[in-house]
Write a protein of this length. Structure first.
Length: 585
């Protein structure tokens, strides 16, 4: 057993297990199984849906489903890898995504698997392009934009999960194949909620697995699985390698906008899931690591490209697993990799594939709703980590409204003339499109600069100036706190200079999406600036060795200022001192 488990008594709140940590094999195995069960229960519907659309051109069903599960496992391993150029290295498993489904159905009906493969390559190329440009466009990939995507994904999964849980279509009619009662999903959801609240220690992290076991136990009682289905599963072989199709890609120009938008939506979904995983993985998280985001988006796009090559479906990151892992506080990369390996083994086993296909939609829907609760919570927390000005409020509100309206009135968007309907095929696409468009529009002239001259001893006015300027510029709350701490040190230093009759202290705050620059200038800072020139001098070993108290205090203040910002410059002129501190956002 790992040290993390040894220090985690059952009656205490379990501590976070980060990406680089490895829990005990029992904890890792149990958590991996619950993620596998959730992924199988949700993803089995996608290949079956495409098999129906392919009609007489459909490949062998069992082979197609097996390849899909193998690709799920491989994509999870690619995404969770931690290499120099590929993989986020975080707990972000892969899933088939609804963003590609409308376009794939059209491609399947027009040209079968070859056209599906060709158009998926278009979507993959779009996502890979976004991944390569993440660093250059990071000014527009704001924290609140990632939060909106995460929140929208959570709401989308909650809606889809509810429909599966009660087995209804968008128009409110029951699924034709639904055999169980809606009560099955409701009971499973309540069981998971009670388990998550009242289970002790690491046992609480297995709420989704408990839901699967409970659903399996109740399924025969609710009439969703009979002896005939069990006999068919018992007659299948245990191991069989499904061979890839390797279709020759075909392309349809009229479907290009559809798949480009889907690829863009998947890229932003990956950004949102990676940011959520980062926030859940690190207690001191403040802002996205764009290197990890870049590698993750590239891994996501590459996985879709590989899926097209072997003849399966489009992939993206799975917000549901990220939400469950965040709730469990087990963000170990090892657990995610174990999940990927088990998915591959399921794809190689006809028995396991059939068991996955037998899971009732009511059970998978309940698990999806349960995970959506935690995704929505993380999205709200990510958005709330920023001070919101009118620009950000408009982006957040308009994007959420666009997704909500799409859900309420899907036929309105479906009836839009070409090519507009291709840009809003799903509520996630509509949300992403509005959020990105408004972010780009409102980024024009987004850099803000505020200036003020205050009495050198008036700390209250200085704080008011900083607070108003930070709120107006939408500065992150933690950065605003650092700026206030720096101002206090600067004001305190200026107060202690005797004999100075300067008119005041000049303050300026410049805000962009990447950084905040604080500039303070005045005669009061001259001594501090001169101390900066001598900052290499080592501090005394003890206070008994301090001869120059004022100089020692200046030395301490300089160290505090350096610790606050990412870049500090202090210059001395003949009569004034100038302090410039840069804070990364």
């Amino acid at each position: 057993m790992s040290s993390s488990d040894q220090n985690d008594p059952l009656n205490s709140t379990p501590r976070l297990i980060g990406p680089d940590e490895r829990p005990s094999l029992g904890v890792a195995g149990a958590n991996a199984l619950q993620h596998v069960g959730m992924l199988l229960a949700i993803n089995v519907a996608f290949p079956l849906l495409l098999l129906d659309a392919l009609a007489e051109r459909a490949p062998e069903a069992d082979r197609f489903v097996g390849l899909c599960f193998v690709m799920l496992g491989a994509a999870t391993l690619i995404q969770t890898a931690k290499t120099r150029y590929l993989g986020s290295g975080l707990f972000v498993p892969a899933t088939f995504t609804a963003a590609y489904i409308p376009g794939l159905i059209l491609a399947a009906e027009r040209g079968g698997v070859p056209l599906m493969a060709g158009m998926l390559l278009v979507g993959a190329a779009t996502e890979i392009t976004v991944g390569l440009l993440v660093w250059r466009i990071r000014h527009f990939l704001t924290v609140e934009l990632a939060g909106v995507v995460v929140l929208s994904i959570g709401l989308l999964l909650a809606i889809v999960g509810f429909r599966l849980m009660v087995a209804i279509n968008e128009d409110g009619t029951r699924f034709a194949e639904a055999a169980a009662q809606p009560a099955l999903g409701i009971v499973v959801l309540m069981g998971m909620a009670l388990w998550a609240v009242y289970a002790k220690g690491r046992a609480a992290s297995l709420a989704a697995l408990f839901g699967l076991v409970l659903g399996a136990a109740l399924t025969p009682i609710f009439g969703a699985l009979g002896p005939h289905e069990l006999d068919e599963i018992g007659n299948l072989s245990l191991f069989d390698v499904p061979m890839p199709f390797f279709p020759v890609p075909e392309f349809d120009v009229t479907l290009v906008p559809e798949f480009m938008i889907a690829g863009l939506a998947c890229a932003f979904r990956a950004v949102g899931d990676i940011v959520t995983a980062e926030r859940a993985s690190f207690v001191d998280w403040r802002r996205p690591d764009y290197r990890s985001v870049t590698r993750g988006v590239l891994a996501d796009g590459l996985s879709t490209a590989l899926s097209a090559v072997i003849g399966t479906l489009g992939l993206s990151t799975f917000s549901g697993s990220v939400g469950i892992a965040a709730a469990a506080k087990i963000m170990s990369r090892f657990v995610a990799q174990l999940t990927g390996v088990i998915l591959i083994l399921v794809g190689l086993s006809p028995v396991m594939r059939s068991i996955a296909r037998a899971i009732p939609s009511e059970v998978s829907g309940a698990i999806l709703v349960f995970s959506a609760i935690f995704i929505i919570s993380n999205g709200i927390l990510v958005i709330g980590s920023r001070t919101l000005d009118n620009r950000r409020i408009l982006v957040i509100g308009a994007a959420i409204i666009a997704g909500t309206v799409h859900t309420a009135f899907p036929h309105f968007f479906a009836d839009l003339p070409d090519p507009w309907n291709a840009f809003a095929r799903s509520n996630l696409s509509a949300t992403v499109l509005i959020a990105v468009t408004l972010t780009l529009l409102f980024s024009l002239g987004a850099a803000r600069r505020s200036q003020s001259t205050i009495d050198h001893a008036d700390l209250t006015k200085a704080r008011e100036f900083i607070q108003v300027s930070c709120a107006r510029g939408g500065v992150a709350t933690d950065v605003a706190e650092k700026i206030l701490a720096s101002i206090e040190e600067i004001i305190t230093a200026s107060e202690e200079l005797e004999g100075t009759k300067a008119s005041g202290l000049s303050l300026a705050l410049s805000v962009t999406s990447e950084r905040v620059t604080l500039t303070a200038e005045g005669a009061h800072l001259l001594r501090l600036a001169k101390s900066w020139e001598e900052r290499q001098a080592p501090p005394p070993a003890s206070l008994d060795e301090v001869d120059d108290i004022a100089g020692f205090l200046d030395h301490v203040r300089l160290r505090l200022l350096i610790a606050q910002g990412s870049d500090v410059t202090i210059r001395a002129a003949e009569t004034t001192g100038r302090v410039r501190i840069v804070f990364d956002q």
